[in-house]
Design a binder for this molecule. Structure first.
Ligand SMILES: C[S@@+](CC[C@H](N)C(=O)[O-])C[C@H]1O[C@@H](n2cnc3c(N)ncnc32)[C@H](O)[C@@H]1O
Length: 216
Protein backbone atom coordinates (compact mmCIF):
# COMPACT_ATOMS: atom_id res chain seq x y z
CA UNK A 1 0.00 0.00 0.00
CA UNK A 2 2.77 2.40 0.98
CA UNK A 3 4.38 1.91 -2.45
CA UNK A 4 1.21 2.64 -4.48
CA UNK A 5 1.47 5.72 -6.72
CA UNK A 6 -0.44 8.76 -5.43
CA UNK A 7 -3.22 9.22 -7.98
CA UNK A 8 -4.54 12.62 -6.93
CA UNK A 9 -1.26 14.51 -6.70
CA UNK A 10 -1.57 17.68 -8.86
CA UNK A 11 0.98 17.73 -11.64
CA UNK A 12 3.62 20.44 -11.69
CA UNK A 13 3.09 23.27 -14.25
CA UNK A 14 6.01 21.76 -16.19
CA UNK A 15 4.15 18.45 -16.54
CA UNK A 16 0.87 20.15 -17.41
CA UNK A 17 2.47 21.94 -20.38
CA UNK A 18 1.18 20.46 -23.63
CA UNK A 19 3.75 18.13 -25.12
CA UNK A 20 2.85 19.10 -28.70
CA UNK A 21 4.03 22.71 -28.28
CA UNK A 22 0.87 23.75 -30.11
CA UNK A 23 1.30 27.12 -28.38
CA UNK A 24 4.59 27.79 -30.19
CA UNK A 25 4.43 31.17 -31.98
CA UNK A 26 3.17 31.02 -35.56
CA UNK A 27 3.14 33.58 -38.33
CA UNK A 28 -0.16 35.32 -39.14
CA UNK A 29 -2.23 33.81 -41.97
CA UNK A 30 -1.89 35.23 -45.49
CA UNK A 31 0.72 37.70 -46.71
CA UNK A 32 3.14 38.67 -43.92
CA UNK A 33 5.06 41.95 -43.70
CA UNK A 34 8.29 40.90 -42.01
CA UNK A 35 9.14 44.39 -40.83
CA UNK A 36 5.92 44.47 -38.79
CA UNK A 37 6.93 41.41 -36.77
CA UNK A 38 9.86 43.13 -35.05
CA UNK A 39 10.49 46.72 -34.02
CA UNK A 40 13.44 49.04 -34.51
CA UNK A 41 15.44 50.02 -37.55
CA UNK A 42 18.62 47.95 -37.15
CA UNK A 43 19.73 45.36 -39.70
CA UNK A 44 17.20 42.57 -40.22
CA UNK A 45 18.50 38.98 -40.28
CA UNK A 46 16.35 36.12 -41.52
CA UNK A 47 17.57 32.83 -40.08
CA UNK A 48 16.30 29.53 -41.45
CA UNK A 49 16.43 26.52 -39.12
CA UNK A 50 18.00 28.10 -36.01
CA UNK A 51 17.81 24.90 -33.96
CA UNK A 52 18.77 25.76 -30.38
CA UNK A 53 19.29 29.37 -31.40
CA UNK A 54 22.80 30.28 -30.31
CA UNK A 55 23.38 32.35 -33.47
CA UNK A 56 20.27 34.52 -33.06
CA UNK A 57 20.99 35.06 -29.36
CA UNK A 58 24.61 35.99 -29.99
CA UNK A 59 23.74 38.34 -32.85
CA UNK A 60 21.33 40.21 -30.57
CA UNK A 61 23.86 40.27 -27.73
CA UNK A 62 26.57 41.79 -29.93
CA UNK A 63 24.44 44.40 -31.67
CA UNK A 64 21.90 46.39 -29.66
CA UNK A 65 19.82 47.23 -32.74
CA UNK A 66 20.02 43.90 -34.61
CA UNK A 67 16.63 42.53 -35.61
CA UNK A 68 16.14 38.80 -36.21
CA UNK A 69 13.31 36.71 -37.60
CA UNK A 70 13.96 32.97 -37.33
CA UNK A 71 11.88 30.19 -38.89
CA UNK A 72 12.20 26.81 -37.19
CA UNK A 73 10.14 23.81 -38.29
CA UNK A 74 10.34 22.06 -34.91
CA UNK A 75 7.76 23.59 -32.62
CA UNK A 76 9.56 22.82 -29.41
CA UNK A 77 12.77 24.47 -30.60
CA UNK A 78 10.86 27.46 -31.98
CA UNK A 79 9.00 27.91 -28.70
CA UNK A 80 12.18 27.62 -26.65
CA UNK A 81 14.15 30.08 -28.79
CA UNK A 82 11.35 32.65 -28.91
CA UNK A 83 11.00 32.34 -25.13
CA UNK A 84 14.75 32.71 -24.62
CA UNK A 85 14.90 35.79 -26.85
CA UNK A 86 12.13 37.36 -24.78
CA UNK A 87 13.78 36.41 -21.47
CA UNK A 88 17.03 38.03 -22.61
CA UNK A 89 15.14 41.24 -23.37
CA UNK A 90 15.39 40.94 -27.18
CA UNK A 91 11.74 39.97 -27.71
CA UNK A 92 10.66 43.19 -29.45
CA UNK A 93 13.42 42.99 -32.06
CA UNK A 94 13.94 39.24 -32.39
CA UNK A 95 11.38 36.48 -32.82
CA UNK A 96 11.34 32.81 -33.73
CA UNK A 97 8.28 31.29 -35.40
CA UNK A 98 7.37 27.63 -35.70
CA UNK A 99 7.16 27.39 -39.46
CA UNK A 100 8.46 25.39 -42.40
CA UNK A 101 10.58 27.97 -44.22
CA UNK A 102 9.90 26.34 -47.59
CA UNK A 103 6.16 26.73 -47.12
CA UNK A 104 5.99 30.24 -45.66
CA UNK A 105 8.67 32.11 -47.59
CA UNK A 106 6.43 32.71 -50.64
CA UNK A 107 4.03 34.74 -48.50
CA UNK A 108 6.72 36.81 -46.76
CA UNK A 109 7.48 40.33 -47.92
CA UNK A 110 7.87 43.05 -48.92
CA UNK A 111 10.54 42.65 -51.59
CA UNK A 112 14.07 43.59 -50.52
CA UNK A 113 13.28 44.00 -46.81
CA UNK A 114 15.92 41.71 -45.31
CA UNK A 115 19.59 42.70 -44.86
CA UNK A 116 20.96 39.19 -44.51
CA UNK A 117 19.99 35.50 -44.45
CA UNK A 118 21.73 32.75 -42.48
CA UNK A 119 21.28 29.03 -43.06
CA UNK A 120 23.58 27.04 -40.78
CA UNK A 121 23.96 23.28 -41.18
CA UNK A 122 20.46 23.08 -42.60
CA UNK A 123 20.11 19.43 -43.48
CA UNK A 124 20.64 16.86 -40.79
CA UNK A 125 20.05 14.12 -43.36
CA UNK A 126 22.92 13.33 -45.64
CA UNK A 127 21.87 10.14 -47.37
CA UNK A 128 20.98 10.35 -51.07
CA UNK A 129 17.38 9.32 -50.42
CA UNK A 130 16.96 12.37 -48.20
CA UNK A 131 17.94 14.81 -50.94
CA UNK A 132 14.31 15.64 -51.80
CA UNK A 133 13.81 16.94 -48.24
CA UNK A 134 16.72 19.37 -48.61
CA UNK A 135 15.87 22.81 -47.26
CA UNK A 136 18.06 24.67 -49.75
CA UNK A 137 16.19 23.98 -52.97
CA UNK A 138 15.72 26.16 -56.05
CA UNK A 139 12.35 27.46 -54.84
CA UNK A 140 13.82 28.59 -51.52
CA UNK A 141 16.71 30.36 -53.30
CA UNK A 142 14.23 32.24 -55.53
CA UNK A 143 12.29 33.39 -52.46
CA UNK A 144 15.46 34.49 -50.70
CA UNK A 145 16.44 36.48 -53.81
CA UNK A 146 13.08 38.24 -53.57
CA UNK A 147 13.31 39.31 -49.91
CA UNK A 148 17.01 40.21 -49.62
CA UNK A 149 18.10 43.81 -50.29
CA UNK A 150 20.63 44.50 -53.05
CA UNK A 151 24.06 44.13 -51.43
CA UNK A 152 22.60 41.86 -48.72
CA UNK A 153 24.54 38.72 -47.77
CA UNK A 154 23.42 35.11 -47.59
CA UNK A 155 25.53 32.72 -45.49
CA UNK A 156 25.09 28.98 -46.02
CA UNK A 157 27.36 26.65 -44.10
CA UNK A 158 27.64 22.92 -43.50
CA UNK A 159 30.16 20.32 -42.44
CA UNK A 160 29.03 17.90 -45.18
CA UNK A 161 31.00 18.48 -48.40
CA UNK A 162 28.40 16.69 -50.52
CA UNK A 163 25.76 19.12 -49.21
CA UNK A 164 27.98 22.15 -49.79
CA UNK A 165 28.51 21.02 -53.38
CA UNK A 166 24.75 20.76 -53.82
CA UNK A 167 23.97 24.16 -52.27
CA UNK A 168 26.70 26.18 -53.96
CA UNK A 169 25.48 26.17 -57.59
CA UNK A 170 21.93 26.96 -56.50
CA UNK A 171 23.12 30.41 -55.39
CA UNK A 172 26.31 30.87 -57.40
CA UNK A 173 24.54 30.20 -60.72
CA UNK A 174 21.44 32.19 -59.79
CA UNK A 175 21.18 35.48 -61.69
CA UNK A 176 20.43 37.42 -58.50
CA UNK A 177 23.55 36.34 -56.59
CA UNK A 178 27.31 36.47 -56.81
CA UNK A 179 29.56 34.21 -54.75
CA UNK A 180 32.10 35.89 -52.47
CA UNK A 181 34.09 32.64 -52.09
CA UNK A 182 35.96 30.34 -54.40
CA UNK A 183 33.68 28.61 -53.62
CA UNK A 184 34.19 28.68 -49.83
CA UNK A 185 35.17 31.50 -47.47
CA UNK A 186 37.37 31.01 -44.41
CA UNK A 187 35.18 32.82 -41.93
CA UNK A 188 31.56 33.75 -41.37
CA UNK A 189 30.73 37.43 -41.99
CA UNK A 190 28.69 37.31 -38.78
CA UNK A 191 31.39 36.40 -36.25
CA UNK A 192 31.45 36.44 -33.28
CA UNK A 193 27.93 35.00 -33.56
CA UNK A 194 28.08 31.23 -34.12
CA UNK A 195 25.37 28.61 -34.52
CA UNK A 196 25.37 25.67 -32.11
CA UNK A 197 26.50 23.24 -34.79
CA UNK A 198 29.15 25.63 -36.04
CA UNK A 199 30.60 26.05 -32.54
CA UNK A 200 30.72 22.27 -32.05
CA UNK A 201 32.34 21.72 -35.46
CA UNK A 202 35.04 24.25 -34.56
CA UNK A 203 35.72 22.58 -31.19
CA UNK A 204 35.80 19.14 -32.85
CA UNK A 205 38.13 20.38 -35.59
CA UNK A 206 35.68 19.44 -38.34
CA UNK A 207 35.85 21.26 -41.67
CA UNK A 208 33.14 23.87 -42.12
CA UNK A 209 32.19 24.69 -45.73
CA UNK A 210 31.03 28.31 -45.63
CA UNK A 211 29.49 29.95 -48.66
CA UNK A 212 28.63 33.65 -48.80
CA UNK A 213 26.57 35.13 -51.62
CA UNK A 214 25.80 38.78 -52.25
CA UNK A 215 22.49 39.91 -53.69
CA UNK A 216 23.26 41.83 -56.89
C1 LIG B 1 21.08 20.28 -38.23
S1 LIG B 1 20.01 21.41 -37.44
C2 LIG B 1 21.08 22.86 -37.31
C3 LIG B 1 20.56 23.85 -36.32
C4 LIG B 1 21.33 25.20 -36.29
N1 LIG B 1 21.15 25.91 -37.54
C5 LIG B 1 22.78 25.00 -35.98
O1 LIG B 1 23.61 25.22 -36.90
O2 LIG B 1 23.10 24.63 -34.85
C6 LIG B 1 18.88 21.89 -38.74
C7 LIG B 1 17.72 22.72 -38.20
O3 LIG B 1 16.90 23.14 -39.29
C8 LIG B 1 15.54 22.92 -38.95
N2 LIG B 1 14.79 22.78 -40.19
C9 LIG B 1 14.84 21.73 -41.06
N3 LIG B 1 14.03 21.95 -42.09
C10 LIG B 1 13.45 23.16 -41.90
C11 LIG B 1 12.49 23.93 -42.62
N4 LIG B 1 11.99 23.48 -43.77
N5 LIG B 1 12.11 25.13 -42.11
C12 LIG B 1 12.62 25.57 -40.94
N6 LIG B 1 13.51 24.88 -40.20
C13 LIG B 1 13.93 23.69 -40.68
C14 LIG B 1 15.59 21.68 -38.09
O4 LIG B 1 14.44 21.51 -37.29
C15 LIG B 1 16.83 21.94 -37.25
O5 LIG B 1 16.57 22.71 -36.12
Amino acid sequence: MANEPMKDTPESPEKQRPKSYAHAPRLPEGPVTLTELVSGDGPLMLEIGPGRGRFALELCAHNQTQRVIALEIRRKLAFQLDDRLAQKGYGKRARCFAEDAREVLPRLGPMACVDAVAIHFPDPWWKKRHAKRMVVGDALVNEIARVVKPGGLVLVQTDVLERAEAYNPRFAEHEAFESLGSPYVDESPFVPARSNREAIAIIDGLPVYRMVFRRK
